[in-house]
Write a protein that binds this ligand. Structure first.
Ligand SMILES: Cc1cc2nc3c(=O)[nH]c(=O)nc-3n(C[C@H](O)[C@H](O)[C@H](O)COP(=O)(O)OP(=O)(O)OC[C@H]3O[C@@H](n4cnc5c(N)ncnc54)[C@H](O)[C@@H]3O)c2cc1C
Length: 518
């Protein structure tokens, strides 16, 4: 198996897209190509107590793939080919210069994917008839990373997060044992999960006792529910319980998409329109995405030919428009919302233009930050439906307070995102270190609000190694939501599978807390 201790190679895995966490004292990078390779690495690491950190596409925003505890890094990048499976057809293609293979059962709409296939490559391989619906914005993420983070995106409004589409997983446990688990194979007795590895080792894991937030999306901590499925313990586990080597995903027929961006004279009108559309979706309108832009976001895209200075907010939607009657019904609803302008995309070219419009916002934000040499701070909170107006007020208060510091109405903060799921992002735009501190203060206040409202501090990005300033000290991000006892429960579940605490140390909780568990 290939391994490298070349400092230049090690440096390639030293960070992720957060650019906040950096690896230290990494001995070597391993490049496994099979389940057996991984089992060997993990068996030896467990025997010697050497930390191992798993790297996917490196697009994470929380330092989750960053080996802050040193030891070994295992990059999944060579595992791009699914093993042959009975009843499945081999489908291969080259994407961005790399070859990939999935095993497809088109009739039943299922595919076995290798962990290192990127979301973009999956989409290209399944075209033109089938689709893996979770659509996180960053398409170079790998499917193993998407499962580990329970990633989601704009289309989760219709389709839910990654979790909903995972039917089976193959995993190498930290001990080097292997586990092949399909949905329905192992259900918890209360919160106790009992199962055996393929080698016959019995395991008993107690899922945490906390209540999950009543939000449509959540990526905070281990999944926990009475009677839960073992597979759900691993989805969203940020790689702390095992390494995913194969994923069976469920697929849908690819819809004929139609998209629309409606521009409004006020934020209130845009939010009212989102409410109307959400209700229509609940009553059968096949709305795939429902997204929002606030005045700050539109100001940041003021150069775009569709944006006028009078526009104060916008709603972006995607519709499964297979039936013309659906488009008609949708058009009636939008007209009823009385937007100032409506940009209807009924051709591929126009749809592409709307996609570019959506991507222009993060690009403009990144350009601003690059120019000022500052870091983006992006919230990822979601709240239950009934609490959204209160959270919206908290967002406004935070943006106003930050504006007092920056004094830059044209570039201070942008509020946008998945209004359909009551999950908006604020990107604060600090231009110097003092403004970075001020944005972190607002970020922490908003996290407390989200929790008090029964929401989540992370709907899709996960927790990784993030911390939050609370009462003059930095505490583990997840502790804000589940308390220290919640973290200890996660740690106990982990130790049930990882007795020597070697895998992905530092994710979800500090490694020091993990070492407290007896
Ligand atoms: C511009 C941008 C936009 C983004 N938009 C979204 C979005 O819309 N929605 C969203 O959910 N996220 C988004 N993200 C975050 C990121 O893309 C996701 O978290 C993604 O799922 C990470 O996948 P990755 O392969 O890059 O994983 P990495 O960053 O490499 O790793 C993430 C975690 O997964 C673990 N992991 C990776 N592979 C495996 C495996 N095979 N087995 C076990 N554990 C593994 C790692 O150890 C780590 O803990 C965005 C990021 C960027 C930069």
């Amino acid at each position: 198996m290939r391994r490298s201790s070349d400092p230049d190679v090690i440096a390639r895995y030293a960070a992720d897209e957060s650019n906040t966490f950096f690896a230290e004292n990494v001995e070597a990078i391993f490049f496994p190509q099979s389940e057996a390779d991984l089992a060997e690495i993990l068996r030896e690491a467990t025997a010697s107590g050497t930390p191992v950190t798993v790297s996917g596409g490196g697009t994470g925003l929380t330092g989750a793939r960053v080996a802050t505890e040193g030891g070994l890094v295992v990059t999944m990048e060579l595992m791009r080919h699914a093993e042959p499976r009975e009843g499945f057809e081999q489908v291969s293609s080259v994407h961005d210069g790399l070859d990939y293979t999935v095993m497809l059962d088109a009739a039943s709409g299922h595919a076995w994917c290798p962990p290192a296939i990127t979301l973009d490559a999956v989409e290209a391989l399944l075209a033109p008839h089938l689709l893996f619906p979770p659509a996180p914005t960053e398409r170079s993420a790998m499917i193993g990373g998407a499962v580990a983070e329970n990633a989601s995106g704009a289309r989760s409004f219709m389709h839910g997060p990654t979790r909903a589409w995972i039917e089976a997983l193959e995993i190498v446990l930290p001990t080097g044992d292997t586990l092949h688990v399909a949905r329905g194979d192992v259900l918890a007795d209360g919160r106790t999960l009992r199962f055996a590895s393929r080698e016959g080792t019995p395991y008993e894991v107690q899922a945490p006792g906390y209540a999950m937030p009543a939000t449509r999306k959540n990526a905070a901590g281990l999944y926990a529910a009475d009677g839960m499925d073992l597979i759900d313990l691993f989805v969203g586990s940020e790689g702390i319980l095992g390494v995913i080597t194969a994923v069976l995903v469920r697929l849908t027929p690819r819809p004929t998409l139609f998209s629309d961006t409606a521009f409004f004279a006020s934020e209130e009108e845009a939010i009212a329109c989102a409410d109307t559309l959400r209700e229509a979706a609940a009553n059968g309108l096949p709305l795939v995405s429902l997204e929002f832009y606030d005045p700050g976001a539109l100001r940041f895209m003021a150069d775009h030919p569709q944006v006028r200075p009078e526009h104060q907010a916008a709603i972006f939607t995607e519709l499964d428009a297979g039936d013309p009657a659906i488009v008609e019904r949708f058009a009636e609803i939008i007209i009823g919302c009385d937007p100032m302008d409506d940009w209807f995309a009924d051709s591929d070219r126009e749809r592409e233009a709307q996609r570019d419009f959506r991507h222009a916002l993060p690009e403009n934000v990144n350009t601003f930050l690059r120019q000022h040499g500052t870091d983006k701070l992006c919230t990822d909170y979601a709240v239950p439906a009934g609490q959204f107006p209160t959270m919206m007020q908290a967002y406004h208060d935070a943006c106003d307070a930050f504006l007092q510091v920056t004094g830059r109405p044209e570039a201070s903060a942008v509020l946008f995102g998945h209004i359909g799921d009551y999950h908006l992002h604020i990107d604060f735009l600090p231009a110097n270190a003092a403004e970075e501190d001020a944005s972190m203060e607002q970020y922490a206040i908003l996290a407390q609000h989200a929790i008090e409202l029964g929401g989540t501090i992370t709907a899709e990005h996960g927790v990784g190694k993030k911390t939050l300033p609370v009462g003059g000290r930095r505490i583990p991000y997840l502790e804000v939501m589940y308390g220290r006892e919640g973290l200890l429960e996660i740690a106990r579940a982990k130790v049930g599978l990882d007795p020597h605490r070697v895998l992905n140390r530092g994710n979800m909780m500090p490694a020091s807390l993990l070492d407290e568990i007896r």
